[in-house]
Design a protein around this ligand. Structure first.
Ligand SMILES: [Zn+2]
Length: 384
């Protein structure tokens, strides 16, 4: 079976993207054209081209194994899904793995999303016939979308991918308030306290927090002197290719409000930071203050290591991951009555579906809801 794989390319400008090559190291031209467009034309991250190239390598391997022509393969994507689920490309020689899935529904859907984007692009540049889109999408009513997306009571039409596996509903792994308070008590340093609070009270992603620059932090009631019209203390999350490997996932910049707890922790951190002269030259907010190289931007992995150490010190049964604190923020927003569009904007989600997971009530909230239902008079137990 012909092998295809993702391969990284570095342009003379230093910009990197991922492409698809076959077992003779020949570039798959159509995939390469799409992936380069994604990186340069659509300004997508290198990691996005890597994920797409990995998915497309599987698609071209299936086309080669099944004799399908990729330009007309859209109606047969159901067979591709089956192949993805039960055939192992690596180590299996393209043979079916009997009795167990080799890829879960989430992975299969991610590969399908990459293939859809690739085929849509191929249609737009004339490399595939427009009829391909009919094989990819069907038109359905949009009654299942949240009201914020549909508009007041209106039911319209939308296109929906034809090929998609049902994914098991995942509960978000949010840290409980008790766990976060234990983490805060375990912090010996102001920097670490600021990190925990910025993740928990602002809901920043790990890469967003690590990538913050000092100029992004507007922790003042009125930022007009900083040429910023946003009211109240806030931080700007801006997508950059940072040298510490941190990247804001969202391509849209957003201003995230900060409450007094975060602002106070930041002020205390700045006092700690001033004591490290090497940090003065660094424009990143989070820098190494206690380990070498002093004053250098913190690495994304260092945040995980810090939270693991704090979790151990707080005697938690399992380490708290940075993303669990972001989930706590989303969960607390939902529990306090925030609307779906507020949650979406605060967390910087591209789609409402990402924000909806926070609306699933916990067992505790379900129990409280039942407890709020008043008993009818006749059913009240008689106490003698
Ligand atoms: Zn601002």
């Amino acid at each position: 079976m012909a092998e295809f794989r993702a391969f990284t390319v570095r342009l003379p400008t230093g910009v990197r993207y991922w492409t698809v090559i076959d077992d003779q190291y020949r570039v798959v031209a159509a995939a390469d054209e799409f992936l380069l467009h994604l990186r340069l034309g659509r300004d997508r991250a290198e990691s996005t081209t890597q994920a797409y190239a990995t998915g497309l390598a599987l698609f071209f391997a299936w086309c080669a194994a099944s004799g399908a022509d990729w330009t007309v393969a859209a109606p047969r994507l159901g067979r591709f899904m089956h192949w993805l689920g039960y055939f192992s490309k690596n180590g299996g020689g393209g043979l079916p793995v009997v009795g167990c899935r080799v890829r879960g529904a989430g992975r299969v859907n991610a590969v399908l999303a990459a293939v859809r984007e690739f085929l849509k692009h191929a249609v737009s540049v004339g490399a595939a016939a427009p009829g391909v889109l009919d094989g990819l999408y069907e038109v359905v009513e949009d009654w299942d979308l949240p009201a914020e997306v549909r508009g007041e009571g209106r039911i319209g039409l939308r296109s929906r991918p034809r090929h998609r596996l049902r994914e098991p509903q995942r509960a978000v792994e949010a840290a409980t308030d008790e766990q976060v308070l234990a983490l805060l008590r375990a912090c010996h340093r102001s920097r670490d306290r600021f990190i925990v609070l910025a993740l928990w009270r602002m809901g920043l992603r790990r890469g967003e927090l690590i990538g913050l620059r000092r100029e992004d932090v507007h922790f003042v009631p009125d930022a007009t002197r900083l040429c910023c019209g946003v009211r109240g203390a806030h931080a700007h999350v801006v997508r950059r290719d940072n040298r510490n490997g941190a990247a804001a996932k969202s391509r849209r910049s957003r201003a995230v409000p900060a409450d007094w707890l975060v602002v106070q922790a930041y002020d205390q951190y700045l006092a700690e930071r001033i004591a490290c002269p090497e940090a003065d030259r660094c424009d990143f907010v989070l820098v190494n203050l206690f380990g070498q190289p002093l004053g250098a931007p913190m690495r994304p992995q260092a945040l995980n290591e810090l939270l693991e150490a704090l979790s151990r010190r707080a005697r938690l049964t399992r380490p708290v991951h940075p993303h669990a604190l972001r989930h706590s923020f989303g969960t607390n927003l939902a529990a306090s009555g925030a609307t779906l569009d507020e949650i979406k904007d605060l967390l910087g989600h591209a789609a409402f579906t990402s924000s909806e997971v926070y609306l699933h009530p916990s067992q505790g909230r379900l129990r409280e809801a039942v407890g709020r239902v008043a008993l009818p008079r006749v059913a009240r137990p008689v106490v003698r």
